[in-house]
Write a protein that binds this ligand. Sequence first.
Ligand SMILES: Cc1cc2nc3c(=O)[nH]c(=O)nc-3n(C[C@H](O)[C@H](O)[C@H](O)COP(=O)(O)OP(=O)(O)OC[C@H]3O[C@@H](n4cnc5c(N)ncnc54)[C@H](O)[C@@H]3O)c2cc1C
Length: 342
Amino acid sequence: MEKFEVIIVGGGPGGLSCARTLAEAGVRVMLLERKKTIGRKVCAGGITWDGLIQRVPENLIERSFTEQRIFSNWQEVCFRRKLPIIATINREQLGRWMRDEAVKAGAEVRTGCNVREIQDQHVIVTDEQGKTFSLGWGQLVGADGSSSLVRRHLKIPSEKMGVGMNYQARGSYEHMEWHLNTGLFRNGYGWVFPHRETVSIGAYRPQTGIPPVRFKKRLLRWAESKGFRLDEVPAQAELINFDFRGFEFGKVWLVGDAAGLASGLTGEGIHPAIVSGETVARKIIDPNDPAAEIARMVTKQQRHQRIVDLAAGSAANCTLLMEALVLLLRLRLINFQKHLSM
Ligand SMILES: Cc1cc2nc3c(=O)[nH]c(=O)nc-3n(C[C@H](O)[C@H](O)[C@H](O)COP(=O)(O)OP(=O)(O)OC[C@H]3O[C@@H](n4cnc5c(N)ncnc54)[C@H](O)[C@@H]3O)c2cc1C
């Protein structure tokens, strides 16, 4: 059986950043991704200035915005800054770039490899041809997203899950918009994130158990009121895990959505996945690394969680809270970049 110092399950941003950082330090690392190609993921592709904008090559940025608009039931606020507050990226392109960087650093990346089972010191994998084989690990990193097998293997429940639904429609749109429409999305929101040749139109709610048909109907009704006809566009939905319960479990580690590091308030998870992937890699290389970046992210995430919890009560409560939030943003008592991005 072939053995690696580190095996990473999952080739999203969390797994790829972890693989690159480990390989740069000379660690023999294998990343296993079950999809045929790296990068494709249901996502609005929004990245923030304090998060990823400054870290990805400029040619990956599809659109960037020095202005963004937030609407509640009764108010509207528009932020303007000199530098872009938010930009959009294409997840496939981000994935390809991150894979190339990891491979350049010396990581092995195998696609079409579904990790089926985790055993003490080895994983059982089935490839695209249906061939099953085992690979040995010294350390195992679960970067396998919100329905993580590695997390389930550790018997860690995921009780705080959000759901996001996205339509990637062809066309163009000028503004980046967030709609805190509590009548339709309660303590979630609808978004319009323009890309280069498409527009991401979608909605997020920080809880599951919402009948998908009802969620979709509400999203379509809201989109139509904004002038978007989405009948011909396929809807795509996925879970977003924000139930963080630690990242280090002996020789097994969790990063990104598998660790529950996304924001429960906004659903932002690309930057937390990348930062946690790098941090876990550094901690594997040097066990004395304080992993301060994860601690900082968890503090932010807990702040977001408090808003989600406060808004989870009655409809009236939720509306009042969202209006208060927008009012504080209007009065500049809350800074969008500092308080609402991860
Ligand atoms: C509708 C929607 C919109 C979103 N919009 C944004 C946004 O605008 N900005 C933002 O920052 N975040 C957004 N997110 C969240 C973001 O997509 C995730 O937080 C982010 O992708 C997490 O990265 P990750 O590497 O942890 O996991 P993922 O990107 O989910 O990657 C996990 C990988 O593991 C693979 N995998 C899973 N199981 C196995 C297995 N058993 N064997 C092998 N491989 C496996 C999967 O195929 C996948 O490629 C959105 C999410 C949704 C659902």
